[in-house]
Design a protein around this ligand. Structure first.
Ligand SMILES: [Zn+2]
Length: 139
């Protein structure tokens, strides 16, 4: 039986084999079938290289825009903090809960004093009354 020794790993393969059965390397230089296969493999790797490059470029731009937006947010925040009036000294000593409570009551007052909110509340009360009257008159 004819046999051919793999140049890569030294395994003796049947002469009819084109590739080593252990390591898969070509047994006969660049034969027709193998060459075509290698060409296909090379073209595939070129395509995947292009895809990787496109992904890398896309990822780079995404990363850059992400960094840019983070910088903008940081800049805006720094500007906001810089333009804020300094906190009253007693606020600095408040615990987190007390500070939150104070803040929420401020928001609540702002909502109560908000004319459109008051109008909405009035409208709700009117609607409620009208519905009450309607259901009362049905009985
Ligand atoms: Zn081999």
């Amino acid at each position: 039986m004819n046999s051919i020794k793999c140049r890569n790993c030294g395994l003796s393969n049947f002469a009819i084999e084109n590739e080593c059965r252990r390591c898969g390397s070509a047994l006969y230089g660049s034969g027709g079938r193998i060459a075509a296969k290698e060409k296909r493999a090379r073209r595939f790797s070129v395509i995947s290289l292009v895809i990787y490059a496109a992904l890398a470029i896309g990822g780079y731009y995404l990363y850059q825009s992400f960094l840019k937006s983070v910088n903008e947010v940081n800049a805006n925040d720094a500007y906001r903090v810089g333009t804020q009036p300094p906190q009253k000294p007693q606020q600095a000593g408040l615990s987190r809960t007390e500070y939150d409570r104070q803040r929420s009551s401020q928001v609540g007052n702002a909502l109560k004093e908000n004319p459109s909110f008051a109008a909405q509340k009035q409208h709700d009360a009117d609607t409620q009354r009208a519905m009450q009257q309607a259901s009362n008159s049905q009985q």
